[in-house]
Design a protein around this ligand. Structure first.
Ligand code: UDP
Length: 474
């Protein structure tokens, strides 16, 4: 470590996370990882987002550069600087408008600091041009995995045809079948995001390469496919949260309540239900979920997501529900300490929206999943869990849309069935658990010294150092 550290001295990397929690958290973990290897790290962010950044290890060389976020200029409340704080879909456009206004101040920071490399979130694709104007290599951080990147790439070139209801994605190492209704059509996207995805597509191939929060053993065929068939340079350096597990992640005050509740439960008996930081369900769907979880008779922790209306009143809740589930179900508002919860021995299953971070956290804890994708690349991720890895059961979500009222409602009985299939301890579920435990062991090994992710981050740093020396010689 010490030799590695002294070798890396002189390398200065600027990190620029996108202002959404699930993008920021892994990127901050990544910045710490580089800093622990002796790289000088500067993180660019906005004042309200700086509150999420805590580095208790003062020996690390980490600095912050703050850019004001123009919330009021685009009609957002003051201090609203993170996508997770923008609850109304129609305000996402305003948020992205404010993000686009960060170009100029970011350019000023580049000019001032002139780092040896930039690692920016791929939702900030304009950083590539700004950095390359100054001769600085720019890497993009992808907050998702190789599998969804490969499926997305195949889908760009393939049109399943008007008539087809379902189709097999061509050119991939496995047979991946999707419904047409599960595709992220541009027309269903918010205009600001549609423009962003077009820009990413154009700019990504011009970046120095991609840093991916994944580990080789999770999706070896797709790491190869991405590198050789798609011809992209990429480094797998995750699961990033595992690299910093014993350091400091911002856990909420509700941590004690949740973990104390789990202490009382049998090993492997609890279903943990959480759909990330950005999802919403209709009141009708929440009601079916409530009944489905209750009917499955397994204890559950349910992190309530955003609800469209009557958020505070919880009118959707079946009558007498809270009393009925007392001791059996723990309902948490908005946020739970997910990493710690998944690691708890009482947790035996995870109902997830298939966000990439959630998948990595479940895989690393050896927990099997009920999959309930909603939008983004979540339907692709579901296929990885269910078809490729064989560690989950699909609940049967069919509609790619961010608008929860437009999704067909999944009945309580269907939810109960999926939960029971996963949690009941039958042969199929035990097979899945075995595979999940094997993957968890591989995830841990990947980030240990000499593991696949540890080696890949080492070779990236080495390459950037050589590049830096070459540039210095010119
Ligand atoms: N998360 C958490 N507690 C919650 C909800 C989310 O700790 O109650 C964390 C979770 O551990 C993960 C991130 O928020 O690291 C969510 O990221 P993901 O990619 O799964 O989903 P997204 O929020 O982007 O939809």
């Amino acid at each position: 470590m010490d030799t590695q550290k002294s070798q890396n001295h002189g390398l200065h990397i600027l990190f620029f996370p996108f202002m959404a929690l699930s993008h920021m958290l892994p990127m901050l973990d990544m910045a710490k990882l580089f800093a622990r290897r002796g790289v000088k790290v500067t993180i660019v962010t906005t004042p309200a987002n700086a509150a999420h950044i805590q580095f208790t290890d003062k020996r690390l060389s980490v600095e912050l550069e703050l850019i004001p976020f123009p919330s009021s200029a685009v009609g957002l409340p003051d201090g609203c600087e993170n996508l997770a704080a923008v609850h109304k879909e129609e305000l996402h456009n305003n948020f992205m408008e404010a993000v686009a206004m960060l170009r100029q101040p970011f350019d000023q920071i580049l000019l001032k600091l002139h780092p040896n490399a930039v690692i920016a979130d791929n939702f900030l694709p304009w950083t590539i041009k700004l950095a390359s104007n100054l001769g600085i290599p720019n890497l993009l951080f992808n907050s998702t995995g190789f599998f969804p990147l490969c499926v997305g790439n195949s889908m760009e070139k393939f049109n399943p045809g008007e008539e087809a209801e379902s189709f097999v994605v061509p050119g991939l190492p496995h047979r991946i079948e999707l419904l047409k209704s599960q595709l992220p059509e541009m027309s269903k996207l918010n205009p600001a995001f549609a423009d962003l995805f077009t820009e990413i597509k154009e700019q990504e191939p011009r970046s120095y390469g991609t840093v991916v929060n994944s580990f080789y053993e999770l999706e070896p065929d797709y790491v190869e496919h991405y590198r050789t068939v798609m011809g992209r340079r990429a480094w797998h350096i995750g699961p990033l949260f595992l690299c910093n597990e014993n350091i400091d992640r911002d856990h909420s005050m509700r941590e004690d309540e949740c973990l104390a509740w789990l202490e009382e439960k049998q090993p492997g008996s609890v279903l943990y239900v959480c759909c990330g930081s950005l999802c919403a369900f209709s009141a009708e769907q929440l009601r079916e979920m409530a009944l489905g979880f209750e009917a499955s008779k397994h204890p559950f922790i349910w992190v309530l997501p955003q609800v469209v209306e009557n958020d505070e009143e919880m009118d959707w809740m079946p009558e007498g529900y809270v009393e009925r589930i007392e001791g059996k179900g723990l309902i948490m508002r908005r946020w739970a300490p997910q990493v710690l919860t998944l690691k708890h021995r009482a947790v035996g299953g995870f109902l997830t929206h298939c966000g990439w971070n959630s998948i990595l956290e479940a895989v690393s804890a050896g927990v099997v999943m009920v999959t309930w994708p909603l939008f983004a690349e979540q339907f692709y991720n579901e296929r990885l869990i269910v078809d490729v890895l064989g560690i989950g059961v699909a609940v049967g979500s069919k509609d790619w849309t961010r608008e929860c009222e437009k999704r067909s409602v999944i009945d309580a009985g269907v939810i109960e069935k999926a939960v029971t299939r996963l949690m009941s301890g039958g042969e199929e579920a035990e097979g899945m658990r075995k595979k999940a435990r094997e993957l968890a062991a591989m995830a841990k090994r990947a980030v240990e010294k000499g593991g696949s992710s540890d080696k890949d981050i080492g070779s990236l740093i080495h390459e950037l150092l050589l590049l830096n020396q070459k540039t210095a010689c010119v």
